[in-house]
Ligand binder design. Structure first.
Ligand code: HEC
Ligand code: HEC
Length: 206
């Protein structure tokens, strides 16, 4: 057997052993606890997310979005869509692979109860803000993303989100790589790439 394959199998065995250890602990009567209150999550669960999304809400990379203070319904929908495969990402795929609906709801409750992180990004230049305001007025962006672009429920908070991430995800909508909203795909396809850059700069600097 090739060595790398052996290593993969060994890893799989270790993972299964770890998973059954966790499963065992959860079903043991003395460990049974009522479902957590709003915003509560066992620290070891949040620790997985913190690896990439950051401990205090500052992600470790500009292509990773802030999720601290993001809206609850939206967090849940994204986790669900990533598990279904409607939204694909190599880093998130293994995270959601075995996530239950209850876990998704608990993560959504936990992260939405945190303060939105200020990533201290620069404000866009005033001509860009004007161009954005004109695009937003005709497209009706604030009608869904709400005043101040903080969203609500299943509408995402986009003001102050990482610029590189915003640009990437809007380009993903356009190309269809992010296929969980045909509405956003069709809307963003009516704009030029330069317009999308403007949107990312203005929103991130809000
Ligand atoms: C290995 C890194 C990594 C880990 C670990 C990780 N994430 Fe992510 N997460 C990402 C990346 C990268 C994206 C952006 C995906 C894209 O571009 O479509 C993302 C996107 C998201 C989004 C969508 C945010 C938005 O604005 O659309 C949510 C919600 C999310 N992650 C929640 C979580 C939760 C909850 C955990 C822990 C259970 C977690 N992530 C663990 C890297 C990670
Ligand atoms: C009809 C309501 C609606 C309108 C109008 C709208 N959006 Fe959205 N937008 C949404 C919803 C809902 C999502 C989340 C889709 C999903 O992933 O399920 C979204 C997602 C996004 C995202 C991705 C957020 C993230 O964290 O990944 C960005 C950026 C965004 N919209 C920007 C805009 C801009 C800029 C405009 C105006 C040009 C706009 N939207 C107009 C409803 C709307």
């Amino acid at each position: 057997m090739p060595r790398s394959r052996g290593r993969v199998i060994l890893l799989a065995i270790l993972l299964i052993a770890a998973a059954s250890a966790v499963g065992g602990a959860e079903t043991a009567p003395e460990k049974m606890t009522p479902s957590p209150a709003k915003g509560e999550l066992p620290p070891e669960k949040a620790a997985i997310c913190v690896n990439c999304h950051g401990a205090e809400g500052t992600p470790i990379d500009k292509l990773i979005p802030n999720i601290y203070g993001q809206n609850e319904g939206y967090i849940y929908i994204e986790l669900r869509d990533m598990k279904k495969g409607a939204r694909k990402n190599d880093m998130m795929a293994p995270v959601v692979e075995d996530m239950s609906r209850e876990d998704m709801l608990a993560f959504a409750s936990y992260f939405s109860s945190k303060r939105w992180t200020n990533l201290q990004q620069p404000r866009a230049a005033s001509e860009e803000n004007k161009h954005f305001a004109a695009m937003a007025a005709s497209a009706g962006c604030p009608g869904c993303h709400q005043a101040g672009y903080v969203g609500a429920g299943t509408q995402p908070h986009v003001a102050g989100q990482s610029e590189d991430y915003l640009l990437k995800t809007m380009m993903d909508f356009r190309s269809g790589a992010r296929a969980n909203s045909s509405w956003m795909k069709d809307l963003l396809n009516t704009y030029s790439e330069a317009d999308i850059h403007t949107m990312a700069r203005v929103l991130s600097g809000m």
